[in-house]
Ligand binder design. Structure first.
Ligand code: IPE
Ligand code: IPE
Ligand code: MG
Length: 599
């Protein structure tokens, strides 16, 4: 079977085959359920799956080994991968297969960065630290989502585009959580051996479980109740038929069977009882075969009836997009470019500086029309204006700049040619990796639905590549809608309530905010719209609730950093009261006050 899969994937070189064999055997012995799930994919895709999954599971092992510095080992492995990717091969078998896979399928390294960074952070912990649900969920996302996205990219290259539906974001997260919780429960004994508690603290408290009992592998009634509750929770999260009913037939069989395999692990954990604290729980061979036997038959028939549209042969190897080489002492980001005229930012008193400026960059179309040019030329000129404003923001030391590039309404209502051009300009900017040279952290807010998936990848890659930057946070609102953002928060809250994570909790502003996609973005201090219109156009309704508003007439392409500094200077003269009375005015008129004191 191994040889046949390699032949289908056009892997003929003996050394390369040996590298894939290492991944294949490693997974088969360490991650049987995941391995058998990969075997449900069309044969030509399986070797790539082995390489990817072997790399992720090896990373987990590197982080978990108790001897030495796990984070250092991870960093070295990741750096070696960058070097190997440049050379197109490796001395290390897992990396050799991985490099070949990444070249063939043009996969980005950013996905590894997300997982490796999360694992590095975990490995740095010295004391056992249980995580809150929120931290636990971030770990779940960082561990599972990059691998899932890479699988989706491969399917897309094979002609099967599976769009991620916004309305199902919660269901995707629950699936990732279900897989992660199953791992946490079935591998509990190993984690406890390392002094690690991988179950959420809120649940430990709710069931009155004492951490020491767990760490000493004591099966108390409280531990038993906690485990039983979490097993049920994981089971519910893995049982979401709506996820596979909406998928094309092939991926649907893979996902459904994969979830069944994971549920079998939960069943094994349940049967293990107190032994769950002593060793990892896995389904028996017979139990696994009962699932994978029919699963493989069904998958083979389904892929024959509904083959991958463009998978005739493996795609030709292409060099993946690589980040700049990492060096032992990473180069410091460059300072922002000065303005061509040598103008310098005004010195605003620190207490009058806005922390967060948000801009509705309006007027591109009118600017072009006034010059007898097509609207697209206005968008191109607008792009240049934005670059200057970003440098100006970094120069004056603004911590947060959020810019409205495209609203959900724009995407729906403007001609496709205009949207296409707008995205092309944005794509050129992102691909040039220009902002990456400066201390700028790029973030994207908006919906993936309706955007080309490689463009979404590009946004995410830029986001991941700049995640650790501490200078200006530049948030691109692109295919963004404020009402949709609030609706997502409400939906996420409702689902948290449904799955019992909000028990006894009232909905506070803090809680609602924590469910917003941009919950950690600070409130906007200054909302500035150029182009003469005076409206908000569905921009950041939550974050601008107390923003100072500024509407100026100049059209966006005519703007440069000096206008930003002027806007910030105007802001510095505003008096913000947040509902209080002006400090300089008496609360009651002088006459009444006098009467009051004399009577
Ligand atoms: C803002 O400029 C950019 C986008 C909405 C994408 P417009 O394209 O709205 O320009 P006007 O308002 O038509 O001049
Ligand atoms: C809002 O601009 C969105 C952006 C600036 C990207 P529009 O110019 O489309 O706003 P409305 O629809 O006219 O209010
Ligand atoms: Mg407009």
């Amino acid at each position: 079977m191994f040889a046949a899969d390699c032949a289908q994937a056009e892997i003929h070189d003996p050394q390369l085959k040996a590298a894939y064999k290492t991944c294949h055997d490693y997974l088969r012995s360490t991650s049987a359920e995941e391995f058998w799930c990969l075997q449900l994919m069309p044969p030509a895709l399986r070797p790539a799956g082995w390489a990817l999954l072997a790399a992720y599971s090896l990373a987990d092992d590197l982080a978990d080994t108790t001897e030495g510095d796990g984070s250092q080992r991870l960093r070295e492995w990741r750096e070696a991968l960058d070097t190997d990717l440049r050379h197109g091969t490796s001395e290390d078998p897992v990396r050799q297969a991985l490099v070949h896979t990444m070249w063939c399928w043009n996969l980005k390294t950013a996905a590894f960065d997300v997982t490796f960074t999360a694992l590095e952070k975990d490995a740095l912990r010295t004391a056992p630290a249980a995580a809150t649900w929120q931290q636990w969920r971030t770990r779940s996302k960082d561990t599972n989502v990059p691998f899932m996205l890479q699988c989706l990219t491969m399917l897309r290259h094979a002609g099967l585009d599976i769009p991620l539906h916004l309305t199902r974001l919660d269901a995707y997260q629950r699936l990732s959580d279900g897989l992660f919780l199953t791992d946490s429960l079935t591998d509990l004994a190993d984690d406890l051996d390392r002094g690690d508690i991988t179950l959420p603290t809120e649940e430990l408290h709710r069931f009155g479980v004492c951490e020491t009992d767990l760490l000493q592998h004591r099966w108390t009634p409280a531990v038993q109740a906690l485990i039983s509750h979490l097993l049920n929770t994981a089971r519910t999260w893995l049982d979401q038929p709506q996820l596979w009913t909406g998928l094309p037939p092939g991926p649907a069989v893979v996902l459904r069977t994969g979830c069944t395999l994971y549920r079998a692990r939960l069943h094994a954990a349940e049967k293990a009882g107190p032994a769950l604290l002593q060793h990892a729980a896995r389904p028996t061979l017979a139990a696994r075969l009962r699932i994978t036997g029919p699963g493989r038959l069904l998958a083979a028939t389904t892929w024959r009836l509904f083959p991958l549209p463009e998978l005739r042969t493996a795609p030709p190897p292409t060099r993946p997009v690589l980040p700049a080489p990492r060096t032992a002492s990473p180069e410091l980001p460059q300072p922002p470019e000065p303005h061509a005229d040598g103008v310098r930012p005004p010195a605003l008193p620190a207490e009058c500086m806005p922390r967060h400026v948000a801009i509705i960059m309006d007027g591109n179309g009118r600017w072009a029309t006034a010059r007898g040019l097509p609207r697209n030329d206005g968008h191109k000129a607008g792009g240049k204006a934005l670059v200057d404003v970003v440098h100006g923001a970094a120069e004056i030391g603004l911590p947060h700049l959020t810019v409205y590039l495209l609203s959900t309404e724009n995407l729906e209502k403007r001609p496709p040619q205009e949207i296409d051009k707008l995205l092309t300009f944005a794509r050129e900017q992102l691909e040039s990796r220009d902002f990456l040279r400066y201390d700028v952290r790029i973030r994207w807010a908006g919906l993936p639905d309706g955007l080309p998936s490689d463009f979404v990848d590009l946004l995410r890659t830029n986001q991941a590549a700049t995640e650790d930057r501490t200078g200006l946070t530049l948030t691109f609102c692109l295919n963004y809608g404020g009402r949709s953002e609030l609706t997502q928060a409400a939906d996420s809250l409702a689902s948290a309530a449904r799955t019992g994570q909000l028990q006894g909790t009232r909905v506070s502003e803090h809680l609602l905010r924590s469910h917003l996609p941009l919950g950690d973005l600070p409130d906007v201090d200054l909302l500035w719209r150029t182009g003469g219109e005076q409206r908000i156009s569905n921009f950041l309704p939550w974050h601008t609730a107390y923003a100072e508003l500024l509407f100026t007439d100049k059209l966006w392409p005519d703007i440069d950093r000096r206008d930003l500094w002027k806007a910030m200077t105007q802001y510095s003269h505003r008096h913000r009261r947040y509902g209080a009375a002006p400090a300089s005015q008496p609360v009651v008129p002088a006459q009444e006050a006098r009467l009051g004191t004399s009577g």
